[in-house]
Design a protein around this ligand. Sequence first.
Ligand SMILES: NC(=O)CCC(=O)C(=O)O
Length: 265
Amino acid sequence: MRASVIQIAVNEDESVEARRRRVAAMVREQAGADLVVLPELWTTGAFAYEEFGREAEPLEGPTYEAMAKAASDAGVWLHAGSIPERDPDGPLYNTSLVFSPSGDLAAAYRKIHRFGFDKGEAVLMGAGTDLVTVRVPATTLGLSTCYDLRFPELFRGLVDAGAETLVVSAGWPERRRSHWTLLAQARAVENQSFVVACGTAGTHAGVPQAGHSIVVDPWGEVLAQAGAGEEVLTVEFDTGKVATTREQFPALKDRMLGLRPPRRP
Ligand SMILES: NC(=O)CCC(=O)C(=O)O
């Protein structure tokens, strides 16, 4: 499996339309990859809360159109990152899109854990409710978005649904970069899965982004990691390593489900 992780710089001096064109061209340059991954909310920036309503699009809006075409032009599976989705009958959602090499939508995932506690995304967007996996030729992807990375039960649910490669599309801030790397490795080790985590570079809404997109194998080894700036991280990995790791060190089989809560004295 050859993956290209496109760590986009999201800065305010570039318009959404210009960035969409630029990113589409970067995706086209990845012809020959099996999988291309983009970050969270790269049209607006994940922390540009005021832009969410202004730039929200229907599912099949301009980003969908541009990314479907880029995927088919390049002939790649494309995780196109997420968009601020305007549901005509509901709230905004932070929705990731996955396209097949023919440009058809293979999956849409609405972010389940919204960031911001009592402000920002947590109040401006609705929460998704459904886990999403996608079968691509060599592996099954399990989808997640940024803050989801902190919630191990989501990833366990994805593994129970057959995921072998956990994709994290993110806009993670520099301030918590150490958590990003640590959690990506933890999710890989505990789920005996590949983790492909794509963040943004640049600064928007006054929040410097961490970059440092990372690909981790099921043993927790870092196969590749980007620097702080805009970069295309390319990595080849053997998807068969999930099965061999799970066979040779079968910790997932030792789960004890249905534990009782502590008894009151
Ligand atoms: N966009 C996000 O979900 C940010 C998450 C974050 O900053 C954190 O978990 O820390």
